[in-house]
Design a protein around this ligand. Structure first.
Ligand code: OKP
Ligand code: ZN
Length: 343
């Protein structure tokens, strides 16, 4: 399996996040991608290739032009104000306020285009995210050219990002961008299997009213876990998309026995859909030692996960999402890929 990767992800490096009332170093850090890359090489998974540049057009198929223009230009505006700290929102148009977009103020616009304070913009964030999307598109291109599978080693992750919202460490929805490119290039039905510990609210929202993308997600029950406001089992799709959204929220502390059963349920639904392509939003924050998550998967369980996905018998694009147990992230992510390849 080929891996697509660029070092440019390092240009996104948030300094800190607010957690439990304390400022701590960002969990979503460059070392995550370095560890995965090291493991890909150590296990001789296959070639590691730089992404091609497909431009901004495929990104604009998912995100609004206004959102992208804001995001691309935000750092320059911040710098012009003489600031150099991470750019983070602190006011949102929540209930009782108006959902309006003030024309001049950077912070107002940042609040409008985000749903939490977990996606800090730094000097290189736009470029890193642009490259992360190109990594996903390059992975799709590889599958389009006949490969059974490819690994898009994306960073920053993307599944929390909606058409015009950043949040949850995500800015551009890499998996959704790859899905839309595949549909635009002839695929008719795509299944997204989101195995990240957190619900992929961005991906769900993007495809919620559509039947050409089946979104299946296994995640910590939003009753207790981020992103709290989406990801419940009764969200089954809307309009033409009714029946094409499957959420499988699981209890805190769920081990592989519980997780594997949910994965079988998701795989059955995906098989019945007979997709042309499966896009896996590959988060490994379901790991027992993950510092911000509450599932209990062990490293060997990720081999089983890959085997289940391979049994679908579909062309499969893996798109990296979360995972914050940095020392083990490479082992766990690559275990899924090795399980898929049956080695
Ligand atoms: C991104 B991905 C913890 C707050 C949670 C956001 C988590 C984003 C996860 N108190 N902060 O899905 O791995
Ligand atoms: Zn996650």
């Amino acid at each position: 399996m080929q891996t697509f990767y660029t070092d440019d992800h390092r240009l996104h490096h948030g300094r800190c996040e607010l957690i439990d009332g304390q400022l701590k170093p960002c969990f979503e850090m460059p070392q995550r991608a370095y560890h995965i890359l090291d493991r890909v090489k150590e296990r001789k998974l296959g070639e590691v290739l730089e992404p091609a540049d497909f431009g901004r057009a495929p990104i604009e198929r998912i995100h609004t032009k206004a959102y992208l223009d804001f995001f691309e230009g935000a750092w320059a505006r911040w710098e012009k104000q003489g600031k150099d700290g991470d750019l983070m929102p602190f006011t949102w148009p929540a209930r009782t306020l108006r959902e309006i977009l003030p024309q001049d103020n950077l912070h107002a616009q940042l609040g409008y285009y985000s749903f939490d304070g977990g996606a800090p913009i730094t000097a290189g964030t736009w470029h890193a995210c642009y490259c992360s999307a190109q990594v996903a598109l390059s992975g799709w291109d590889e599958v389009r050219n006949g490969a059974r599978t490819a690994f898009a080693l994306c960073r920053p992750p993307g599944h929390h990002a909606a058409a015009d919202l950043m949040g949850g460490y995500c800015f551009l929805n890499n998996a959704a961008i790859a899905c839309q490119a595949a549909l635009d290039q002839g695929a008719e039905r795509i299944a997204v299997l989101d195995v990240d510990y957190h619900h992929g609210n961005g991906t769900q929202s993007i495809f919620y009213d559509r039947a050409d993308v089946l979104f299946c997600s296994i995640h910590g029950d939003p009753n207790f876990e981020f992103p709290y406001f989406l990801g419940y089992a009764d969200e089954t799709g809307a309009g033409a998309g009714e029946g094409f959204n499957l959420n499988l929220p699981l209890a805190s502390g769920s081990p592989w026995a519980v997780y594997g059963a949910a994965l079988e349920t998701a795989c059955k639904r995906i098989s019945a859909y007979s997709p042309d392509l499966v896009v896996v939003s590959l988060g490994v924050d379901t790991f027992e030692q993950d510092p911000i998550s509450q599932f209990k998967l062990k490293s060997e369980d990720y081999l089983r996960m890959g085997e289940h996905i391979a049994a679908l018998g579909c062309p499969t694009l893996f798109v990296m999402e979360g995972g914050y147990a940095v020392a083990e992230i490479g082992i766990n992510a690559v275990n899924v890929l090795e399980g898929f390849e049956g080695r």
